[in-house]
Design a binder for this molecule. Structure first.
Ligand code: PRP
Ligand code: URA
Length: 213
């Protein structure tokens, strides 16, 4: 479903909303949180890949030949933003096992809320690839905008951003800096608090995934 934000698609499927409510709960333990992030990533990837081009192929069933379809076109590359994006990789790979995986290391400075870069590695032929950038949280949008800029510097031209929870501030910022990048999310939340956390949100995604704090 498209929203008032032209760059945002919200996935309203009942299973997505059910799992998201479990994910938000402060009572959900690390093990279940990790499983939910994995499952939600797979369900969002189903929506995010809806435009993949197909080509006709001949398939021989045990009875006769028929026309089937297979995904064609550009090679798909997943790029988790470390750390929390790592929790989304396996779920998407279950749908698209042939996808390659790059990595972008970024953390948000707790005081300035500015993204700090520490790692970048994607396949060399970036201009020939479709990218799915993965991060559970789109808050101020600083991390996502910086990751997209890094991908574009490497030659990427087709990028989609998959997140679980988005804030209006982040959707606006990504749309302003990178209007070509579509966002797929499970929820658009109300606002950010004074420390840059999404409200109602789910807390610190990285800490909840990896049991740190
Ligand atoms: C979180 C989250 C995003 C970023 C979002 O990561 O996973 O990458 O914050 O915030 P923004 O939209 O305001 O940039 P964090 O910086 O906490 O790093 P971590 O994944 O290593 O915990
Ligand atoms: N990063 C998180 O993990 N959670 C938020 O609410 C905002 C940024």
């Amino acid at each position: 479903m498209h929203t008032t934000h032209a760059n945002l698609t919200l996935v309203r499927h009942p299973l997505v909303q059910h799992k998201l409510a479990l994910l938000r709960s402060r009572d959900t333990p690390v093990k279940i949180f990790k499983e939910l992030v994995d499952e939600l990533a797979m369900l969002l990837a189903y929506e995010a890949t809806i435009g993949l081009p197909l080509e006709a192929v001949t398939v021989h069933t045990p009875l006769e030949a028929t026309t089937g379809y297979r995904v064609s076109g550009k090679k798909l590359t997943l790029v988790p933003i470390l750390r929390a994006g790592l929790g989304m990789v396996e779920g998407v790979l279950r749908l698209v096992p042939s996808a390659r995986v790059g990595h972008i290391g970024l953390y948000r400075d707790h005081d300035t809320l500015q993204p700090v870069d520490y790692y970048f590695k994607v396949p060399g032929d970036a201009s020939e690839r479709d990218f799915l950038l993965l991060d559970p949280m789109l808050a101020t949008g600083g991390s996502a905008a910086s990751a997209v800029a890094s991908l574009k510097r490497a030659g990427a031209t087709r990028i989609r951003f998959l997140c679980l929870v988005a804030a209006p501030e982040g959707v606006r910022r990504l749309g302003a800096e990178h209007p070509d990048v579509g966002i797929v999310a499970a929820a658009l939340d109300r606002e950010l608090n004074e420390r840059g956390y999404i409200l109602p949100g789910l807390g610190d995604a990285g800490d909840r995934l990896f049991g740190t704090r």
